[in-house]
Design a binder for this molecule. Structure first.
Ligand SMILES: Cc1cc2nc3c(=O)[nH]c(=O)nc-3n(C[C@H](O)[C@H](O)[C@H](O)COP(=O)(O)O)c2cc1C
Length: 205
């Protein structure tokens, strides 16, 4: 029976708050994904609308939105500086689910970035100094040599590089997609209202 093939539609249909629903689906993905359930595609664009996309790891989901950390001088960092509109996409193969997020980005406070940086593995901290993310590199040897240099330079605590930072995406539109049989998938968007509530709309798959 076609009525019986929905695998999440009722749950979405009854949800008022997409962030609670996100948390629910994320918890479920953590139990079933092989690795990196927090991996999300992050799309940015130049001011004249040329898009680019890459995967980053969501490190926090709180009332402000979805946070990640990166090199602020990378390609994405440059694009974010000039255009604060972004899109995210989570895909959990094991649950046949996708969540899309559209919103605006802001930089996290330096204290918060420091706190996260301090928790990283020492070699990841060194790597943040050694890698000029997104810029040309002549050879792997050059990267290794720079890593050794910074290991010597910072024999104990590694300070946070000034360009290493974090961003939070404030969601304005969220879309939930659940695969169903015969491609009759369930698909719902939630659009944020100025008063903090959300408007839910079912879409054709
Ligand atoms: C599973 C996965 C997780 C990643 N997580 C991050 C991340 O949290 N931060 C980051 O800067 N790059 C991360 N990367 C690397 C990015 O995809 C990308 O190569 C890098 O950030 C440079 O992107 P850009 O040149 O567009 O700025 C990750 C890649 C993969 C495949």
């Amino acid at each position: 029976m076609l009525e019986e093939v929905s695998r999440g539609g009722n749950q979405i249909e009854q949800a008022d708050d997409p962030l609670t629903l996100f948390d629910d689906w994320f918890e479920s993905a953590k139990r079933s994904e092989l690795n990196d359930p927090n991996a999300m595609s992050l799309a940015t664009a130049t001011p004249d609308g040329k898009p680019s996309v890459r995967i980053v790891l969501m490190k926090r989901r709180d009332e402000r939105g979805f946070s990640f950390f990166t090199n602020g001088e990378s390609r994405k960092g440059e694009e974010l500086r000039h255009n604060s509109h972004v899109a995210l996409c989570f895909h959990w193969k094991s649950r046949q689910r996708q969540i899309r997020v559209e919103g605006t980005i802001s930089e996290l406070a330096p204290e918060e970035v420091d706190a996260y940086f301090r928790r990283r593995h020492r070699m990841s901290q060194i790597g943040a100094w050694a890698s000029q993310q997104s810029r040309p590199l002549s050879s792997r040897e050059e990267l290794i040599a720079r890593t050794r240099e910074y290991e010597k330079k910072f024999p104990e605590d590694v300070p946070r590089p000034p360009y290493w930072t974090g961003f939070v995406v404030k969601p304005e539109v969220m879309e939930f997609w659940q695969e169903c049989e015969y491609r009759l998938h369930d698909r719902f968007t939630f659009t944020a209202n100025p008063d903090g509530t959300w408007t839910r709309q079912r879409l054709n798959p």
